[in-house]
Design a protein around this ligand. Structure first.
Ligand SMILES: [Zn+2]
Length: 259
């Protein structure tokens, strides 16, 4: 009986997550249980979504096209949460390795640092919205979310031949927020490889996500990294060297999705 009740609760949580939202919290008892079941439900929701959601709505990885050098494959590095005072240093490292990347930027930071938006674009990288205020998309009303998308996109370069892309803060989505993004014309971009740089302050930990057993990146991988973190910046040369040695072609997410 206990197991059946738990299963029902999990199903309710999963449905609530899929159907849009934080409503599931009211069904649960403790913070621990809520976060544990919430994480489980999100995994379930993601598994279901990967199987049934078209790539034009949510993309976890791109096309498995071989790299330009005939070895390795094309992969895309993505950097969330900028721009900020470390952006230029990130750009210098990427330029040293002739690597292009995709920056999912926060609208209010673009307003504060328009010169950094220009510097990122001038380096041949792509910029796409990561929300305006970095609030979780499922917590916003459809009107507020549409406004966040529109205002942030208006601060960034146009990619007229491509469907606009967006990465939700914390990768947090609901069916409702996904629907709003789709209706606004955006494809939600998540990731297939998490560097884990958000849960550490050690450059070695970030490097370890690309070394040893973790090393092989699947074709078309989209890799999650973050701006504004000195340890990510310190790890970046080693990570890029590693990916170059493996023969990966470092392209933008837009290019990866185009195939
Ligand atoms: Zn973020």
């Amino acid at each position: 009986m206990l197991r059946r009740g738990r299963t029902r609760r999990l199903q309710r949580v999963a449905c609530s997550v899929l159907l849009g939202g934080p409503v599931y919290e009211s069904h649960l008892h403790s913070v621990d249980e809520r976060s544990r079941l919430g994480a489980t439900a999100r995994r379930v929701a993601r598994g279901v979504a990967r199987a049934v959601v078209p790539g034009s709505i949510v993309a976890w990885r791109g096309q498995a096209t071989p790299g330009a050098n005939g070895r390795g494959t094309r992969v895309a590095l993505t950097f969330d949460d900028g721009p900020d005072e470390l952006t230029r240093a990130y750009l210098e490292v990427l330029a040293q390795f002739d690597a292009r990347a995709t920056f999912f930027v926060i609208g209010e930071r673009c307003v504060a640092h328009p010169e950094l938006v220009s510097a990122i674009a001038a380096g041949g990288h792509e910029l796409h919205p990561h929300g305006y205020s970095h609030r979780r998309f499922p917590s916003l009303s459809p009107t507020a979310l549409r406004a966040e998308l529109a205002v942030t996109a208006s601060l960034l370069p146009d990619y007229p031949r491509r469907r606009p892309l967006v990465r939700p803060p914390h990768g947090d989505v609901s069916l409702g927020s996904l629907g709003t993004c789709v209706r606004a014309g955006f494809t939600t971009v998540l990731w297939s490889r998490d560097s884990g740089d958000w849960r550490t302050t050690s450059a070695d930990d970030v490097c370890a996500a690309f070394e040893g057993d973790c090393a092989p990146l699947e074709p078309g991988s989209i890799v999650l990294l973050h701006e504004g973190q000195p340890w990510t910046l310190r790890a970046l040369p080693r990570v890029l060297r590693r990916l170059r040695e493996a023969g990966h072609d470092l392209v933008t997410v837009g290019e990866l999705l185009d195939g």
